[in-house]
Ligand binder design. Structure first.
Ligand SMILES: *Cc1c(COP(=O)(O)O)cnc(C)c1O
Length: 377
């Protein structure tokens, strides 16, 4: 056995779309990106969506659009991937790490309120593993304080929570299409909003400061009716090279069609895991997974003998991981505070188990049996 932790599910549909882009001989920022943006916006019910080369870029730009004065503070969970907090540093802002809710592992709302002070300008909830943060509590509180809300949706893609899709509860939602995520474009990301005015500069910010769809200018070059200014652009904002390209979008367009099926399969696997874990001593599900309601990018457990169990699973050919070492104890971030006592201790129990669409029922059963052997042995 050799079972991967994560694995993208790719097929003929993705290759066909790539072939089309090759035949058009346009693989940079182009019509596929536009099409993918439109379809993603439609899928989520968002008014505007912009394609980027990663969620890291999306998080960076999501904060940048608000132009906060340097040195202001942003509330961010300690239990997240580096990018959520790095985006705060990219903007010259200060991360304020928030502890996790002991049950859901999302941002602890009480700790968030305790850590608020008048220098805080934004909050970045992360729907950890895909489980929704208590947005019905977070959003009214943040709005009352005048904070901007940026949702890190890297672990979710199309979860309806209390009638609103995750990613649309706050001001801006950021999604990831990195190869381990719910669907992939190789590398890629998307930012969405229902306040399109927020995105008025984002097309320039993602493409070196130029706000013009460059694939349209290709036509303008040969358009006899255009004057000699078809090449003209103005630089008004500082831009980055953060655009998605047409090859990535080609993959994304095929993956988006499959996403509902992907999500269903992930839900089935999680149900098998939950069933298999019932009554096992020393291990419990990482959080109250509810795959009938929500989409999950990760499945994991909390294990008393974490390291021993990881080594055992490795000996059985089962890859595992730990998501994450809390950022508040990482050397890079330590100096901004080391005060998330619950998660800094609890994360020592975490094991991420394999979860991907192509995992077979037999493989899942094999993993469950291996867990049983360890717990009963
Ligand atoms: C993967 C991930 C990101 C970054 O996504 P990229 O597309 O790889 O830049 C951000 N936040 C979380 C929680 C993630 O898991």
């Amino acid at each position: 056995m050799n079972i991967r932790l994560f694995k993208p599910s790719l097929g003929k549909e993705e290759l066909d779309n790539i072939k089309e882009a090759f035949e058009r001989s346009w693989i940079g920022l182009g019509p596929n990106v536009n099409e993918f943006e439109e379809q993603w916006a439609k899928f989520l019910g968002a008014k505007s969506a912009i394609g980027l080369n990663s969620a890291t870029a999306a998080l960076h730009l999501a904060l940048a659009v608000f132009n906060f004065p340097k040195g202001k503070k942003v509330l961010v969970p300690s239990l997240t991937f580096s990018s959520t907090a790095s985006s705060i540093l990219y903007n010259g802002l200060v991360p304020v790490f928030v502890d996790s809710d002991p049950v859901t592992l999302g941002m602890d709302i009480n700790d968030m309120k305790c850590k608020y002070d008048k220098d805080v300008v934004a909050v970045m909830p992360v729907h950890y593993a895909g489980h929704p943060v208590l947005m019905e509590e977070l959003v009214p509180w943040a709005k009352e304080k005048g904070l901007k809300i940026i949702e890190d949706c890297a672990h979710t893609s199309g979860s309806l929570y209390k009638g609103v899709n995750l990613g649309l509860w706050g001001d801006i939602g950021c999604f990831s299409f990195e190869e381990k995520k719910l669907m992939t474009t190789g590398d890629g990301g998307m930012m969405v909003t229902n306040q399109p005015e927020l995105f008025k500069d984002v097309k320039a910010m993602r493409w070196v400061g130029i706000d013009k769809d460059n694939w349209k200018t290709a036509q303008a070059y040969t358009d006899a009716n255009k004057d000699a200014l078809h090449w003209f652009y103005e630089l008004n904002v500082l831009g980055y090279k953060y655009n998605m390209n047409d090859l990535s979008a080609a993959i994304g367009l095929a993956q988006l069609k499959k996403l509902p099926e992907f999500n269903k399969r992930r839900g089935n696997i999680i149900e098998m895991y939950l069933d298999g874990l019932k009554g096992l001593d020393g291990v419990q599900p990482l959080l109250p997974f509810d795959p009938k309601k929500y989409v999950y990018q990760m499945f994991g457990i909390r294990a008393e003998k974490r390291d021993k169990l990881m080594i055992y699973l490795k000996s059985k050919g089962i890859a595992t991981g730990c998501h994450y070492t809390p950022l508040s104890i990482q050397p890079l971030f330590k100096k901004w505070g080391n005060n998330c006592p619950f998660i800094e201790k609890e994360a020592n129990k975490f094991i991420t188990l394999p979860l991907h669409v192509d995992l077979s029922d037999d493989e899942v059963k094999y993993i469950i049996n291996s867990l049983k052997e360890f717990c009963q042995g």
